[in-house]
Ligand binder design. Structure first.
Ligand SMILES: Cc1cc2nc3c(=O)[nH]c(=O)nc-3n(C[C@H](O)[C@H](O)[C@H](O)COP(=O)(O)OP(=O)(O)OC[C@H]3O[C@@H](n4cnc5c(N)ncnc54)[C@H](O)[C@@H]3O)c2cc1C
Length: 411
């Protein structure tokens, strides 16, 4: 749907109205209020068209940390998510073939929830509705950026829809067009790449027993297996399953009949939630680490998967992007109020200076966890029992959990 045809000049153009681009635009417009210059968001896919829906809004679910909730509250988005998120009240971490499990509960930590699970399609619906109704945002969808080139004062973009194209000048282009990003290639931005030679298979499942707001993380020799709690639907218990495995097994799993698939998943996960009664459509995602070697240039900033694509094992991709959005919005807010060009390097460098430590820490943490999960060495098994994953997802638990976990280590 087109809200409006693009004008030929904008202060800020956001390329990609996926989870990250949309959240950025909405957050900036909320923080700046009436100071917000009109923002153009261009999204290639139409969210309402299921056949061609945006990659962000597929059947996946996203685990959001506390920090992310606070960021989304700040930008006013959380109030629309309250109804659709499922809280995580407990996390159970276990190692297939090894005795014992580690538990964290919100009760012992004295918090409302340890985190929240949102279905990407629900998040997509909320964000799209906000984009469509915002007076500060021109939402052009479906429409795609075909070319971007630097100018003296920012970036020049060619936006297309079918046979029609528009030329738009922007002082700042926020590139949030996902991991494939032909625009990034066009601009000659190099990436550091590491292929994990693993795939994540995701599907929604209905187990026999209710999840009771427990998130399960189970380590298997082939890779981690997670069951995240989802809202029940038509009285059916529902969980979001993420099964990480090597490329060969993932190919086999994708070919299986539903009966074979359920038996395989049941074998990996065990019977904690009873029998898996139903399984929805399955999707698989290749897993890699990809880091853009330049995160900012004059008139350009990269956000989300185009900036850094992480393995989903630690549930960090969207949570990191939300922290980036928070810091970038604050830098732009300060700059725009002082009438500084939003594409000015002084603002963008300020953003990257503030976030580069977080980028490095989150990236290396996630990469280390992948190694830990893929190893059967005794030391790795021990590390897994310490539940590092949960510690990173919920940083406030780190201190108390560390002490507790020591007492839980069993051989
Ligand atoms: C299996 C799996 C599970 C995950 N679980 C978690 C989790 O629990 N917690 C967490 O924090 N993270 C998680 N992540 C990571 C999270 O999904 C990503 O961080 C997030 O999807 C990145 O969103 P994005 O908007 O940057 O990119 P995308 O989702 O790829 O969106 C990019 C958008 O840009 C549009 N676009 C592309 N090209 C153009 C163009 N030329 N013009 C206009 N528009 C364009 C696309 O249509 C799309 O809508 C998971 C990832 C995977 C694979």
């Amino acid at each position: 749907m087109i809200k409006k045809l693009p004008n030929n000049k904008y202060e800020i153009v956001v390329v990609g109205g996926g989870m990250v681009g949309a959240t950025f635009a909405i957050s900036l417009s909320k923080i700046l209020g009436s100071d917000c210059p009109p923002i153009l968001v261009v999204e290639a896919a139409s969210v309402k068209n299921q056949e061609n829906s945006a990659p962000s809004y597929d059947a996946r679910s996203t685990a959001l940390s506390f920090g992310s909730r606070a960021i989304l509250e700040n930008s006013g988005i959380w109030e629309d998510l309250n109804e659709v998120v499922e809280p995580i009240n407990e996390i159970q971490i276990s190692d297939k073939g090894h005795f014992g499990s580690t538990r964290l509960s919100c009760k012992e930590q004295n918090v409302d929830a340890l985190g929240y699970v949102i279905e990407n399609s629900d998040l997509g619906a909320v964000l799209s509705a906000r984009l469509e109704s915002s007076l500060a945002i021109d939402y052009f969808s479906p429409g795609e950026i075909r070319k971007a080139s630097p100018t003296q004062n920012g970036m020049r973009l060619i936006i297309g829809r079918g046979g029609v194209s528009y030329q738009v000048d922007a002082k700042l282009m926020v590139l949030a067009d996902g991991g494939r990003s032909p625009i990034c290639q066009q601009l000659g931005i190099q990436k550091f790449l590491k292929n994990y030679e693993q795939r994540a298979i995701i599907a929604n499942v209905s187990p026999q027993k209710p999840h009771k707001n427990i998130a399960f993380e189970r380590f298997t020799p082939d890779g981690p297996f997670a069951m995240l709690p989802l809202r029940s639907f038509d009285d059916q218990n529902r969980c979001s399953m993420v099964c990480v495995t090597n490329e060969q097994e993932s190919e086999e799993i994708m070919q299986m009949t539903k009966g074979q698939l359920i038996a395989t998943l049941q074998e990996k996960f065990g019977s904690r939630l009873g029998k898996i009664n139903h399984i929805g459509e399955r999707y698989d995602f290749p897993l890699k680490l990809s880091i853009a070697k330049e995160q900012v240039r004059p008139g350009l900033v990269l956000l989300g998967n185009v900036a850094h694509t992480l393995h989903p094992v630690a549930g960090q991709g969207m949570n990191l992007a939300l922290r980036d959005i928070h810091v970038l919005v604050n830098c732009l807010d300060r700059g725009i109020k002082r009438q500084i060009n939003p594409g000015d390097m002084s603002l963008l460098q300020g953003y990257i200076d503030e976030q580069s430590f977080d980028h490095g820490k989150t990236t290396s943490f996630t990469d280390n966890v992948v190694g830990l999960f893929s190893s059967n060495k005794a030391s790795s098994i021990l590390g897994r029992k310490l539940g590092i994953l949960s510690l990173e997802l919920f940083p406030m638990l780190r201190k108390s959990f560390a002490a507790e976990a020591m007492g839980l280590i069993r051989k």
